[in-house]
Design a protein around this ligand. Structure first.
Ligand SMILES: Nc1ncnc2c1ncn2[C@@H]1O[C@H](COP(=O)(O)OP(=O)(O)O)[C@@H](O)[C@H]1O
Ligand SMILES: [Mg+2]
Length: 322
């Protein structure tokens, strides 16, 4: 599959009052045209920073980056802000975690969608703009688009706002949609429904999706491939089926064990401990302090190695060799 997006050896350091934090430590990931790819990992592992880096939304003055982000053949790390603005909302768009916060409370849905239509650059007439907005809402299964266009976000349910966000993000037919924990603030049924809508539309429009989640269970029926992220690095990458049936990294296994099962009354285990402090630069695997399989070799620098054509892992312990 040809790459739509390729992030290579990507590093991000933020200047903070406590000194520099090295938050992304050599991220490598790729998304093919029309592919749905998930990035999963605990809170704080660097998922949103990765998303914001791709969108050129990191605070320039406080951020030091290195590595490469190639999108449709162009190097994004060298793109001017003007060119980035032309890209965002058109070729690449984004859905955020909380739809109600992402929509403005002071403008009705109509005027917010209208601004997004305008970003596409075309000079549509009044009737065509109205029709495009109405159709976008119908596409996300909104039965009464006129009422929704006339509403303010606070007048709509979380689920409806989420659909409006999805409509807005796909209205200009982007090649890539970045969905950062979409609908995490909503209940599970609404979240599941909005994933189905995203899936259907991305297939109809040929949009690739970079789907970010802390929950492996949610990505299972949605993503073609999964990247597992830990402490600013990708630690395992595989097809979704492989991740669920043949996880190799001890961290991936613990993440899977902490997915609540339908019908089970057992509480998910969670993973003891927390992600290491980004001020420190451990030489070896950052998961050692929490890892049930750690061995002496783990203190050497870790690299990703392929175990099959569609599966690689950054672990030297025995559990990764089996
Ligand atoms: N602008 C910033 N300045 C300093 N640290 C930041 C900044 N943005 C994010 N971080 C830190 O980077 C780490 C990864 O954050 P993030 O990507 O948001 O994690 P998540 O995987 O939960 O989305 C966290 O420790 C966070 O505090
Ligand atoms: Mg996040």
């Amino acid at each position: 599959m040809s790459d739509l997006l390729r992030v290579s050896d990507f590093h991000v350091k933020f200047a903070t009052i406590d000194g520099p934090v090295h938050v992304l430590r050599g991220v490598d990931l790729a998304i093919g045209v029309q592919e749905r790819v998930a990035v999963v990992g605990e809170s704080g592992s660097g998922k949103s920073v990765t998303a914001r880096a791709i969108l050129g939304l990191l605070p320039a003055s406080k951020t030091q980056v290195s590595g490469s982000i190639i999108f449709q053949g162009a190097e994004l790390t060298r793109l001017s802000e003007r060119k980035y603005r032309a890209l965002r909302g058109r070729a690449i768009s984004m859905i955020f975690q909380d739809p109600t916060a992402a929509l403005s409370p002071v403008f009705p849905v109509r005027s917010q969608l209208r601004r997004i239509v305008a970003r596409d650059g075309g000079r549509l007439g009044e009737a065509a703009i109205e029709e495009k907005m109405r159709q976008a809402l119908v596409d996300v299964s909104i039965a009464d688009p006129e009422r929704v266009l006339d509403s303010y976000s606070f007048q709509l349910s979380g689920g409806l706002n989420q659909r409006v966000m999805i409509a807005a993000s796909l209205m200009n037919r982007p090649s890539l949609l970045i969905a950062d924990e979409p609908g995490t603030a909503l209940d599970a049924t609404v979240q599941e429904q909005s994933l189905r809508v995203m899936e259907r539309l991305s297939e109809a429009h040929g949009t690739a999706i970079l789907f970010i989640s802390h929950n492996l269970g949610v990505v299972r029926r949605f993503a073609h491939r999964v990247y597992v992220m830990y402490a600013g690095r990708i630690v395992e990458a595989a097809s979704t089926a492989e991740i669920f049936t043949n996880p190799r990294h001890p961290y991936t296994r613990l993440l899977l064990a902490s997915v609540p099962r339908l019908g089970s009354t057992d509480l998910p285990l969670g993973i003891e401990g927390s992600i290491p402090d980004y001020h420190e630069e451990p030489a070896g695997c950052p998961f050692i302090p929490r890892c049930p399989a750690a061995i002496a070799l783990c203190t050497a620098p870790v690299v990703m190695r392929s175990i099959s054509e569609s599966h690689s892992v950054a672990c030297v312990s025995e559990s990764a060799q089996e």
